[in-house]
Design a binder for this molecule. Structure first.
Ligand code: AMP
Ligand code: MG
Length: 403
């Protein structure tokens, strides 16, 4: 049985960055940028008015006050998209709309609400500071500057930014194809009635949902009976067609647990066969050429815990993410819990913030098959191995789940 930290190091070492592909920016949401993006233009490309108002030379307004109202000749109207070829002269003003290019020679815009106009004259009762209401050329980014660096996750704001910089297609890392093999003679599918001795297959759905959460699609190979030949065929097919293979169930040492034996037969490099964690101990990790194989336990809570702790970081690394570990923070136990002598225990709990600290409350039985507990939980607290009885008031690291 290997320690979780060592297991994770081995997995991360084996998870290699995938190749990149060029995609339309709208198809890149949540993908990871595989190139540095430099600005092709100055943004904004010209001095731009931030308000509807009047463009003037600020030096013309220095003496304007309530007592000394200044008059300016309104030369015309500049709307967004126009470019005024005239150079503004002393004592002149242009009416200007938000987003329009400030006329040459003008260096300030005074809002419409702050002035009075009559016929062709603008009356000003205050001095206007230089650069007032002007967004300067290149203020946001200058031509040739680095706008986004390799490794950035594309969010809606990056899609907008890329379009403003003129990038319609960008290079992002490919996402791994993940094949799912669900084993178990006891399984019936979602739409079936449960007959004697049978249960519904939930692992396929929770795995697919977790993959979806990672913006990654599962290639489902369906339910395979506990039959060595049938399983071997499926495993070989999966390894041919996917970057990562996840199997559910049959990973332990029972009479019908064939996964490990088959991995040996097909010449996989088995790195470890169990991890000192609860839930999720029966986890086998193997590599076959450049493919990763995770033989995950069948218990519904164990499979989710192992996926989150060991599979997710591998997938995120392969997708090019730099931040592959969830943020942990100190959590104070609000109830008494049980840890585990020889294993690291993951307590699924309800984490609440109270007076600046996080507290963990019971969410239900910590038995490996209780999805109900996990569903009531919003977080997990990690109890190091050897801490068997942990008491209210003790503090451990925790994190939120599925965020
Ligand atoms: P196994 O690892 O195959 O021994 O399975 C361990 C436990 O998980 C058993 O109680 C199984 O019935 C249950 N189990 C296995 N596969 C699934 C599945 N796909 N969905 C829900 N429960 C499962
Ligand atoms: Mg089984």
């Amino acid at each position: 049985m290997i320690n979780p930290g060592d297991a994770l190091n081995i997995i991360i070492e084996e998870a290699k960055l995938l190749s990149s592909e060029e995609k339309h920016i709208l198809n890149c949401l949540n993908d990871v940028l595989a190139e540095d993006i430099y600005s092709k233009d100055n943004l904004p490309p010209f001095d731009k008015s931030a308000m509807d108002g009047y463009a003037i030379k600020s030096e013309d307004s220095v003496n304007c006050s309530e007592e000394n109202i200044g008059g300016f000749k309104i030369k015309g109207l500049i709307k967004a998209g126009d470019f005024c070829e005239e150079v503004i002269k002393a004592g002149e003003a242009y009416k200007i709309m938000t987003g329009a290019a400030v006329p040459q020679g003008a260096d300030a815009v005074i809002q419409i609400e702050k002035v009075r106009t009559e016929d062709e004259t603008l009356y000003l009762s205050e001095a206007v500071k230089k650069d007032n209401n002007i967004i300067k050329l290149g203020e946001e980014i200058k031509i040739g500057d680095l706008a986004l660096s390799k490794g950035t996750v594309i969010r809606p704001v990056e899609v907008g930014l890329l379009s403003s910089l003129g990038y319609e297609y960008i290079k992002v890392y490919r996402k791994p194809t993940v094949a799912l093999i669900i084993t178990g003679d006891e399984l019936v599918d979602i739409h079936s009635q449960i007959q004697k001795g049978k249960i519904r297959n939930s692992n396929e759905y929770s795995l697919k949902a977790m993959l979806k959460n990672l913006n990654c699609d599962g290639l489902s190979l369906g339910i395979v009976p506990d039959n060595k030949e049938a399983l071997k065929e499926k495993m070989e097919y999966a390894l041919e067609h996917a970057d990562i293979v996840l199997s559910s169930g049959g990973a332990s040492v029972g009479d019908y647990d064939f996964v490990r034996g088959i991995l040996e037969e097909i010449g996989a490099d088995i790195k470890f066969t169990s991890v000192a964690v609860k839930p999720g101990k029966p986890l086998t990790f193997a590599t076959i050429k450049d493919k990763l194989f995770f033989a995950l336990p069948g218990n519904p809570m164990a499979i989710i815990n192992d996926f989150q702790e060991f599979v997710r970081p591998a997938i995120e690394k392969m997708m090019g993410k730099s931040q592959i570990f969830k943020e942990e923070f100190p959590v104070i136990l609000a109830d008494n819990f049980r840890g585990k002598a020889g294993r690291q225990k993951y307590l699924y709990v309800h984490i609440k913030k109270q007076e600046g600290s996080y507290y963990a409350y019971k969410a239900g039985s910590q038995s490996s098959n209780h999805l109900m507990t996990m569903s009531r939980a919003n977080g997990v607290v990690i109890i190091p191995k050897g801490c068997e009885n942990v008491q209210a008031g003790e503090c451990f690291n925790g994190k939120f789940i599925f965020r």
